[in-house]
Design a protein around this ligand. Structure first.
Ligand SMILES: Cc1cc2nc3c(=O)[nH]c(=O)nc-3n(C[C@H](O)[C@H](O)[C@H](O)COP(=O)(O)OP(=O)(O)OC[C@H]3O[C@@H](n4cnc5c(N)ncnc54)[C@H](O)[C@@H]3O)c2cc1C
Length: 459
């Protein structure tokens, strides 16, 4: 695999003058900081509420479109040893374990220039953070620091460090990037400015995230074969599914489920992740096949984590003046396409490109509008595809299930795959797209259009 240079690029005309504040040091925030530093920005500050990189005990799909950006950011090498290359993906019936379709993934490398990989979420977060540390002269990350408010007129944010007395202090910036995830304060304030309510909504779905060590599985040859395979496995059933794949060089088997949200709905809380009860999890999947049951039973008590899955209806705009949203803050998604973090990182790449092209601070808003034009329809389409995949996987009507299962069997004959992340057309759209090349290609045209609209607005 080729890697991009890890040296700082210095072509942004305003790189040394603009102060950029990033709210949130998750996947999108860290990638933005790093992308801006790579493009020549030198005053980048990230404010992260958590005390460190946070709870990241789960697997993550590193599809070709994400790997491409990680290479550009110069952090691929930090992730390379953890990532496992997938050569195939199974979709299986939940009760019988029948393989409905086995999709070979060799074409992914041939078609998109990168294999499909899976990795540990913490390996990805650490790779991005390591990149930020290497760019430490340009990027400062403040952990334990909560952003409480934003002023859109004279761009500034109200920040408060944990334990700091008082109500926080206002910090000015030339550009503020809200990468603060599904619970975004910046989104909420942006909507409030237009008299709108935040519309984050429950999907009625939740997800258990579990990890088994290879050693835990070593006495079960059938399970051992799963962790040793270069494959992912999805077992589908009414209203539920389980997806599992090896990560961390096959030393860990990552298991993620989706099921109706019962626990969060029964005890509403502001937290979207919680330690969960193992027996409750076993009850939810009691009608799944023996191999799934054995896997779930191996999980030590106290190591089951449950995530509540929430989304937000599409926003009218992601931009207000010199403040902009990115990642889950503006397009939170169900995880069924494995693209949430990838799209946040694509956002980061595009925002870095557009800001590095302007040479007049008066054009900041124009650059941010161009970012929105380049990103909004793509991300919203993928959010809709993830929801559609969930509906297809979780069908309850036996006749509809039979039709879907037949569609799975017809994939080998060129039919569409109801599991959207394995569908060729969706893969072409998702993996075959280089967001940076696209931004660079479209920049001149979009800049002229936005400049002319801005001029019209000002007369
Ligand atoms: C069950 C599940 C499985 C998933 N699997 C995949 C997968 O396989 N592949 C994939 O690409 N994506 C996956 N995702 C989605 C992915 O995790 C998210 O889309 C991605 O993390 C979004 O990145 P982000 O930076 O926008 O938000 P986040 O990663 O949520 O980061 C937001 C950050 O902002 C911080 N923050 C919030 N508010 C404030 C504040 N006021 N002040 C300061 N800091 C603040 C938070 O602490 C957090 O660190 C999955 C998600 C779920 C729920």
């Amino acid at each position: 695999m080729t890697t991009t240079t890890s040296s700082m690029q210095t072509h942004a005309p305003l790189g040394s003058t603009l102060r950029i504040a990033i709210v949130g040091g998750g996947m999108g925030g860290l990638a933005t900081a790093l992308g801006l530093a790579r493009n020549g920005f030198t005053h980048i500050t990230v404010y992260e509420a958590a005390k460190d990189l946070g709870f990241v005990g789960a697997g993550i799909q590193v599809a070709p479109n994400l790997a491409r950006q990680l290479q550009r950011l110069g952090v691929w090498e930090h992730l390379a040893t953890d990532a496992v290359k997938l050569e195939s993906a199974d979709v299986r019936a939940c009760a019988s374990n029948e393989v409905l379709v086995r999709v070979p993934l060799a074409h992914v490398t041939e078609r998109y220039g990168q294999p499909h990989r899976v990795a540990h979420r913490s390996a990805l977060a650490n790779a991005l953070f390591q990149g930020c540390r290497e760019a430490a002269s340009y990027v400062t990350v403040h952990f334990n620091t909560n952003v409480l408010d934003v002023d859109f007129g004279d761009p500034r944010i109200l920040v408060k460090e944990r334990g700091e007395p008082g109500n926080g202090r206002w910090v000015k910036a030339d550009i503020i990037i809200g990468a603060d995830g599904i619970k975004s304060v910046i989104r909420k304030q942006m909507l409030a400015k237009h008299g709108e309510e935040d519309r984050a909504q429950d999907t009625g779905q939740a997800s258990y995230r579990i990890m088994l060590n290879r050693t835990q599985m070593q006495d079960d040859p059938e399970l051992l074969a799963l962790v040793d395979a270069n494959s992912s496995f999805r077992w589908i059933g009414p209203r539920r599914h389980v997806i599992a794949y090896p990560i961390s060089d096959h030393t860990i088997f990552n298991i993620s489920t989706t099921q109706p949200d019962i626990n969060f709905a029964a005890a509403p809380t502001a937290t979207y992740t919680t330690r969960a009860d193992k027996q409750a999890m076993l009850n939810v999947f009691q009608d799944f096949c023996d191999v799934v049951q054995r896997m779930l039973k191996m999980v030590p008590e106290g190591e089951v984590c449950e995530w509540k899955l929430r989304v937000h209806s599409p926003l009218e705009t992601w931009v207000e003046g010199k403040v902009v949203l990115l990642g889950d803050a503006c397009h939170p998604t169900l995880p069924h396409l494995g693209q949430g973090a990838s799209q946040a990182i694509e956002d980061a790449a595009v925002i870095s490109v557009v800001l590095s092209r302007i040479d007049d601070p008066a054009d900041i808003n124009i650059a941010l509008r161009i970012y929105q034009r380049l990103r909004k329809s793509r991300t919203e389409f993928l959010v809709s595809q993830a929801a559609a995949a969930g509906r297809a996987l979780h069908l309850t009507d036996p006749e509809a299930q039979a039709l879907r299962d037949e569609a799975f069997r017809q994939v080998a004959n060129g039919g569409p795959n109801p599991d959207k992340w394995l569908d060729r057309q969706v893969q072409d759209f998702v993996y075959g797209f280089d967001c940076v090349a696209d931004a660079e290609r479209q920049w001149v045209k979009l800049f002229a259009q936005e400049k002319s609209s801005a001029n019209e607005r000002s007369v």
